[in-house]
Design a binder for this molecule. Sequence first.
Ligand code: PLP
Length: 419
Amino acid sequence: MKKTDESGHEYNPETLALGYGYDPARSEGSVKPPVFLTSTFQFKSSKEGKRFFELAYGLDQNQQNEEMGLIYSRINNPNLQIFEERIAAWDQTEKGAVFASGMAAIATTILSLLKPGDYIISSAPVYGGTHFLFKHILPKFNINTIQVLGGDETPQLMKQAAETLGPGKVKMLYIETPANPSNALIDIAKVSELASQLGKGQDKVLTVVDNTFLGPVFQRPAHFGADLILYSATKFIGGHSDLVAGVVTGSKSLVDQIMTYRTILGTMANPFTGWLLLRSLETLSVRMRRQAKNSQKLCELLINHPKVAKVYYPSLHEVGSEQHRIYKQQCTGSGSLISFDVKGDENEAFRVLDAFKIARLAVSLGGTESLVEHPMSMTHADVAKEDLIRFGVSPSMIRMSVGLEHISDLKRDLLQALG
Ligand code: PLP
């Protein structure tokens, strides 16, 4: 199936997820792509093998309409390629690449595009693993990160941080919006604009967005100038809590550079994971919309509950506030991650967490089942307590990933857990 029909009408990603990039005639008429569980692919001739390698290692440019053939599953594999075409179509970017995990996608992206001496300015909080990478691993390669608070002021704070560092130092503006776990929203367009200003007359400064919480269904950062969009595909894109994977999408030239590093670092996903992701993409929109609907209903219950001090959910911001403006500008839905502070301390949060009967006490998010966790002591355990508090994450915060259970059962569960 092609991306457009004969008249040039571009199909929607929901439709593309069912057929784009796959020709049944090449697989015995099988309507679904088979799993290509092979490590290596047979060349038709030595000349063909030589040409594929020239393209794979960037020794020569593709001729018009020339595609690199299949070589070896660390370089390419049909299950990964079909998925990559469909996820890029969803993000409305030129190219996608799939990885063994969200962290593999993030680490490979940064290592392929930055060099010693470069700085990242990142919003905070970010996912705990990303924080660990910024704080403990990248500095070993002399790639350092300045963190600024995620929210209304992020573009301004990033500008100040870049000015303090001086010209030519910053190479990447990295944001997580909504942020994990505070759900703080950051204006992607303003951050992209700042990146263009900072890059004027020097190397391009990249805007990179971790779009795991809302994308690609409810947020398309490329529309607001982002260069690269990252995902933990373990979450909504995989959606069934049965795989670990990551994605980056963006321009062909950037994704090609990242894919060269993926090949050499070996951070690609395996064919079966690619196949599972293809299955998952087919229901992505339906799942995310239904999970968001369930979440809105739970929020209504939480905001009026006497044991709840505060609810963090993107659509709940007051009309007239900057967060509400950002939400309206760049999101088409609010997703299904709800964070809330219970009245009391960590002990009270633990009491509530331990009392859930349907929602499972586990990290991760975006699966069909509801999950609850305690960010301060679990997903974000490596971040200093004082920093977390500064970033709006309190000891009494619970993060809930809302699943596809019947809403009446979810409401009952939440009410009985709160007590
Ligand atoms: N980004 C966000 C926002 C996440 O929540 C996570 C994991 O929870 C990651 C990245 C890392 O993804 P993975 O666990 O697939 O490596």
